[in-house]
Design a protein around this ligand. Structure first.
Ligand code: ANZ
Ligand code: ZN
Length: 822
């Protein structure tokens, strides 16, 4: 009875829970719901410690809320499309579908060995036609609303492998496989217009009060809203004009040159036929090979060229040079800027390098510097100078005044820009959701009619790793007829970014069985939104932003009642070993299966939850694992060794100091665990509180001759119940041993009594001449005179005051009394 035998207990209960369908959930309008969701895994083959952590955290919330009386939804599935499956097919000649299925089978088995309370009846896999049918349907819904569109975009192309590469396959501009230099290739690709929702995605942050601030900040920066103005500059001796976007229209008098992005359409038009044409077009060609980081990164070298063209500053009438330069990008703002070198760092560096004029137009109030003194741009606030109609104004006032002037004179207008780009979803890959579009020579792009969904992935594909899209070789797939006119037509051969699949899976879980709809609206609206979402912070922008976008779109279409999918977000920390992230490449991986073999699931879970608060990084260490094991055995013995006493126990009354102390500890523990889990989300301190209660129980047993059986029963049973969400197997076994037939996981979460917690006695230190001689327990509200009496009655105190004169008695309320005797 000294140790619990996890090897027999864990599989026994896992089987029992499955047979009893303990974790299957159904909609029940009369019961309040709680939806716990952990980000679903990519089926890479085996669970790693990060998974164990993620799902252990979620499992505590799910079990806890269930015991609190909520109807809990806690589903699991697979983010099953993606590149690794296809690489396995190329390297090992195994079909992506088979590879994926083997992996999900294995990981499902591992999940079950960990005892998570998933409702496996709701399992979904994004590669299942029953699922991706609806991913395609969502694509068509977006298409109908003009939110899915096709455009020319660049892809990474390896000329030697003759294939398109995903961004992660390009390392330092070279192909991961063959080290050849990767080039850009133009392809027609599909995008979703997430930019349409840019403002709403920002505005609705107020609905996300239970998200980490850092995640909201990352989204905010990613969306990158800028307020400014678009201004028109005339080109000298030409009909053309140039539009720029600036956030600092107040600095327009300081604009001493203009810069166009090399790709700007005006570049070719303006230089054609001039003596600069060859030089300029040569430079443009060179810039095409620089990626965004090389052009605008922190250490990027600024490269530029004078086009020989002049523009007219609308405020000064000056003719200023028009440059082209790598640091201006075509896909932001208008692809052209007015350069104000005195007040913009990039322009300052560029002006110094190419010897362009610098003119100060903003100065701090009591300073006066000239351009020649400047070593860097002055970007702070100040007052406007050298600017005719703006002189003396603050930056903010000047902004408003000049924009008003522009609008009146028809030179420009207020403009808001976002860094956020539309979401390019085309992938030149096989293992993904086919894009449901057919191309007809006469009708153009034609959406596949809803009744023809799903467009199924063909299985007979050869995986060579060459060519644009593997589906292009599947003639039976490609060749089809136009749904509109019936003529021969061909299918889109690209598949969707897997982030599309994961943007809506939380909705499918609410009714995975429905065959004729994307989800059942009644069930979706009962379960949504997700009350607690848990996952890695690496998904702070893409996944979480895309999912929010989909939810907003579905809200606008009237399919859901919430505008946000996830009410509360917890981003768990990493699992480290000796301070470094566990990763295959570092070779410092602890395999969860080895830990399960040696210690069992409950120990693994308890350790990982105890070692750090969920949001913090966690250092794996063997002593900690053994500590968790010792604690569980201690709980095991506490129950096993007292089972006879407990089983005979009936009602009880609390009597005497020792019992009162234990009773109080019991209620403190219930309160702390409850609040740690539900309010503070500090699962580690919740476990500490249970440990303290266990210690208190042992102390009570050791110190007391007469055991209050009823009290002991209450304490031990509460320990088992409190521990159940953390160590579900051992507690289930103990609960059965205590004589109960119903599962511990179906018990109500215990309540605590504030009265029991309120301290009615306190301990007071008694000193004689400043030395501690005793401690006494007295009522909190004891009168000072009475305290003095009690103190002097103590044996050890008497010994030290005997025969002496009491000169003074000093009382520090609630703490101590010092008797001064001579
Ligand atoms: C004049 C100016 C004066 C500017 C000044 C800044 C400071 P954010 O905040 O990121 O929106 N800009 C505009 N379009 C650009 C492009 N396509 N590529 C590179 N730079 C571009 O930045 C807006 C500012 O970035 C704009 O305001 C413009 O420079 C530059 F004292 O115009 B500014
Ligand atoms: Zn047609």
């Amino acid at each position: 009875k000294e140790k619990y035998d996890f090897q027999s207990i864990e599989p026994k209960w896992q089987q029992n829970w499955e047979e009893e369908e303990l974790y299957q959930t159904e909609m029940d309008q009369d019961q309040e719901k709680y939806y716990v969701l952990e980000m679903f895994p990519y089926p890479s083959g085996n669970l790693h410690m990060g998974h164990v952590r993620n799902y252990s955290i979620g499992d505590v919330f799910a079990r806890f809320k269930n015991m609190q009386g909520y109807n809990v939804l806690h589903p699991m599935g697979w983010d099953a499309f993606g590149l690794p499956a296809e690489n396995a097919a190329i390297k090992r000649d195994i079909h992506p579908a088979d590879w994926t299925e083997d992996n999900t089978d294995n990981m499902r088995k591992q999940f079950k060995m960990l005892g998570f309370s998933f409702d496996w009846e709701r399992e979904v896999a994004t590669c299942d036609p029953d699922y991706y049918k609806w991913t395609q349907w969502l694509f068509l819904e977006l298409y109908k609303e003009g939110l899915a569109y096709k455009d020319e975009s660049e892809v990474n192309w390896c000329p030697s492998c003759q294939t398109v590469l995903a961004n992660e396959q390009v390392v330092d501009g070279e192909c991961e496989r063959c080290d050849s230099e990767v080039i850009d290739k133009e392809l027609e690709q599909w995008s979703f217009k997430i930019t349409e929702y840019a403002q709403e995605l920002l505005d609705d942050h107020h609905l996300l009060s239970e998200w980490p601030d850092k995640v909201k900040l990352m989204q905010k920066n990613w969306i990158g809203r800028s307020e400014g103005a678009n201004i028109e500059f005339e080109i000298a001796d030409s009909e053309d004009s140039l539009e720029v976007f600036t956030t600092r229209p107040d600095t327009i008098y300081g604009a001493t040159y203009m810069v166009l992005a090399p790709e700007h359409p005006l570049v070719e038009k303006l230089v054609t036929g001039t003596d600069k044409e060859a030089e300029v077009m040569d430079f443009v060609e060179k810039m095409k090979n620089q990626d965004e980081e090389e052009r605008t990164g922190e250490n990027a070298e600024k490269l530029g060229l004078d086009t020989g063209i002049k523009a007219v500053n609308p405020m000064t009438g000056e003719k200023i040079p028009v440059m082209i330069a790598n640091y201006v990008l075509m896909d932001y703002g208008t692809g052209a800027i007015m350069a104000v070198p005195a007040h913009d760092e990039r322009d300052f560096d560029f002006a110094k390098k190419y010897d362009l004029p610098i003119r100060v137009v903003i100065q701090p109030e009591d300073e006066d510097f000239s351009a020649a003194d400047m070593e860097e741009a002055y970007t702070e606030d100040g007052l406007v100078v050298n600017s005719e109609i703006l002189n003396g104004l603050s930056v903010d006032k000047a902004f408003d005044k000049i924009v008003e002037y522009f609008e009146k004179e028809d030179i420009g207008e207020k403009e808001v820009n976002y860094r956020l780009r539309d979401w390019l979803i085309s992938r030149q890959r096989y293992w993904g959701t086919p894009i449901p579009i057919i191309y007809c020579d006469d009708c153009g792009s034609v959406p596949v009619p809803e009744e023809d969904l799903p467009v199924e992935l063909p299985t007979d594909i050869e995986f060579t790793g060459e060519g644009e899209s593997p589906l292009a070789q599947a003639d039976d797939f490609v060749n089809t007829t136009c749904p509109k006119c019936g003529k021969d037509a061909h299918r889109e051969v690209d598949t969707m970014d897997t982030f599309v699949d994961s943007s809506w899976y939380y909705l499918r879980y609410t009714s995975p069985e429905v065959a004729d709809k994307v989800f059942d609206e009644e069930q979706a609206n009962y379960w949504m939104n997700v009350d607690q979402y848990i996952g890695g912070v690496e998904h702070a922008v893409m996944h979480l932003l895309y999912a929010r976008f989909f939810m907003k779109f579905l809200y606008d279409q009237g399919y859901v009642e919430d505008r946000e999918p996830f009410s509360s977000l917890l981003t768990q920390g990493m699992v480290l070993l000796d301070g470094a992230k566990m990763s295959k490449s570092k070779g410092n991986v602890v395999d969860p299966m080895e830990i399960l073999d040696e210690y069992g699931a409950d120990v693994a879970r308890l350790f990982i939850l105890f070692a750090a608060p969920p949001a913090k990084d966690l250092d794996w260490n063997t002593e900690g694992v053994e500590g968790a094991q010792r604690f569980l055995n201690r709980v095991w013995r506490l129950t096993a060794n007292n089972i006879d006493t407990i089983q005979d126990a009936g009602d009880f009354e609390v009597d005497g100091d020792a019992e009162e102390k234990l009773y109080r500890e019991l209620h403190v523990a219930i309160k702390d665990v409850t609040e740690d889990v539900s309010e503070r989300q500090q699962l580690n301190t919740a476990i500490s509180s249970i440990m303290e209660l266990v210690n208190a129980a042992y102390k009570y047993l050791a110190d007391s001759e007469d055991i209050n059986a009823g009290l002991l029963k209450e304490v031990v049973e509460t320990i088992v119940v409190l521990l159940a969400p953390f160590a579900p197997h051992m507690t289930e076994e103990l609960w059965a041993n205590l004589g109960y037939e119903e599962s511990v996981h179906q018990q109500s979460w215990p309540d605590y009594s504030e009265d029991a917690i309120a301290k009615d006695e306190i301990e007071i230190v008694v000193q004689v001449n400043g030395k501690v001689r005793d401690k006494v327990n007295v009522p909190v509200d004891i009168a000072e005179e009475e305290l003095k009496e009690v103190a002097k009655e103590q044996e050890n105190v008497q010994r030290h005051i005997e025969g002496k004169n009491i000169v003074k008695e000093i009382v520090v309320p609630q703490k101590l009394i010092n008797i001064v005797a001579q």
